[in-house]
Design a protein around this ligand. Sequence first.
Ligand code: NDP
Ligand code: 8X3
Length: 255
Amino acid sequence: MNRNIFITGATSGIGKETAYAFAKNGDNVILCARNGEKLKEIKIDIDRKYGTNAYVFILDVSKYNDVVKTVKKVMEDVKKVDVLINNAGLALGLDKFQDYDIMDIEKMIDTNMKGLLYITRQILPSMVANDEGHIINIGSTAGIYAYAGAAVYCATKSAVKVLSDGIRIDTIDKNIKVTTVQPGIVETNFSNVRFHGNMEQAKKVYEGIEALKPEDIANTILYIANQPKHVQISDITIMATNQATGFNIYRKNQK
Ligand code: NDP
Ligand code: 8X3
């Protein structure tokens, strides 16, 4: 389709699969994350497989000055962003709030909320000027249903939903769509990051349930972005078949 799709957090999981889904669809992808090596590998692979343009930028979305510089460079290179997918995010820790590591709290807020705001604040003015664009924000079922040990992560994802609603109101007179995608449990590197690299603990999260795959979310995002001009999907919640609410999950062999 040859649109320009800007995806944050594109080196792993949902962001990476979304990059492949759009590239396969014929779109140009602009990918950012902190790991430059992984970005380079993905760019080479996408160029080889699909022959569309993949631009990559090393960027920590929580660093405002870097976001400003990177978006300026993106605009010089591609001129226009058609779809912005704010995906970069993480959970750190799973502890009672009263015991939580303050650094983990800060990092979740800086990445999931401030990072999303910084990028959107830099890109949205050009969408307004063009009277065209689509912002797709990755929230979570955690933003709808709080669960034990995750007060701050859930609050950041709840903020994503409310920010999306607010931005949709502020751009109501423009041809700009704003969507919140709220996935339930998806098997990615998410739990490995949450448990600070403890793979054993991370593996347990996906035991006894067929979790969603990052491709399932990527396909959903592509569907959302491929709707006709007059159709705006405002929110979508997508769960594994054996998940009912935030952390209400049926596991085979559970006692
Ligand atoms: P992964 O850990 O697999 O991927 C996270 C991505 O975010 C990586 O590419 C990482 O790249 C990037 N990232 C993290 N911090 C930053 C940062 N400061 N700046 C730029 N990029 C960053 O997890 P998922 O794919 O599962 O998570 C993607 C999104 O989906 C997150 O927002 C998460 O909250 C949300 N989500 C996940 C669910 C799940 O069950 N997995 C369910 C619901 C929502 P790098 O390390 O190279 O910077
Ligand atoms: C991330 C998935 O299951 O921790 O949003 O809510 S979960």
